[in-house]
Ligand binder design. Structure first.
Ligand code: ATP
Length: 233
């Protein structure tokens, strides 16, 4: 579902991502871990098609994001680490705006908005302007909006930061549900015990280079993911 080949992204002389290659199949959940500044956000933004890169290619379901970004973006949802939504829209206006972009029928959007906003306990706040939302509420709204078009590839940058324990639990359940339906999930996290519990695969990045990747068992062996990660440093 996702194929990254020899990705390179520089900021001036800084090599943020350095010859990174990675594959994630349909139905797999892959954690992307690494120190602060390792290159996770940069990689996720390149995959989401919102950051140009110098070298390499990224294919979503076999289609290059460079050649056909629009087709790729129809298959993707991206939840950034800091949900920067439109402050002067209400929650429901924002969700309808996203549903319009993805051409989602009235019936389908109503069902999904109702289900997911109830699940994340923001249904009663959807009439409020986003400017009045807390960080966690914005994060929940971004998650609901990302699920409206049933993405085939879900990209998330530190999705559990700022979520309350109930919302974190529900997000993990939804991630499992989505991958059971064939969605591939690629997300960055510093919460290694969560990654260990819910992921099939893990990719470890250090100073822009992928230093280890594979199934969870291949990467961590008999140790905890935390121990395996710390040993690589
Ligand atoms: P964190 O875990 O702290 O979120 P990260 O792994 O997501 O970190 P990135 O945000 O991808 O790391 O940053 C990778 C490198 O690129 C860092 O050295 C960072 O300073 C640099 N960098 C990121 N964005 C820019 C930018 N817009 N201009 C210049 N350098 C940048």
């Amino acid at each position: 579902m996702l194929e990254i080949n020899d990705l390179c992204k520089n900021y001036g002389s800084k090599k943020a991502v350095d010859h990174l290659s990675l594959k994630i199949e349909k139905g797999e959940i892959c954690a992307f871990i690494g120190h602060n500044g390792a290159g996770k956000t940069t990689t996720l933004k390149a995959v989401a098609g919102i950051l140009a890169f110098e070298k390499g290619d990224i294919k979503i379901d076999g289609i290059s994001i460079k050649d056909d970004p629009l087709t790729c973006k129809k298959k993707i949802a991206y939840i950034p680490d800091n949900p920067d939504l439109y402050d002067y829209m209400s929650g429901i206006q924002y969700l309808n705006f996203v549903a319009d972009i993805f051409n989602i029928s009235l019936k389908e959007r109503q069902e999904k908005i109702s289900r997911y906003s109830e699940l994340f306990e923001i249904k009663n706040e959807l009439g409020q302007l986003i400017v009045a939302y807390s960080h966690g509420m914005k994060q929940k709204l971004a998650i609901v909006s990302a699920l409206l078009h049933d993405p085939q590839l879900l990209l998330m940058d530190e999705p559990f930061v700022g979520l309350d324990p109930m919302a974190s639990f529900k997000l993990k359940e939804l991630m499992k549900e989505a991958c059971n339906k064939g969605c591939a999930i690629f997300f960055s996290t510093h919460v290694l015990d969560v990654a260990e519990k819910i992921c099939d695969r893990v990719a470890i990045i250090k100073e822009g280079k992928l230093i280890k990747s594979g199934t969870m068992e291949e990467v961590k062996g008999d140790e905890s993911l935390e121990t395996a990660f710390l040993e690589l440093e």
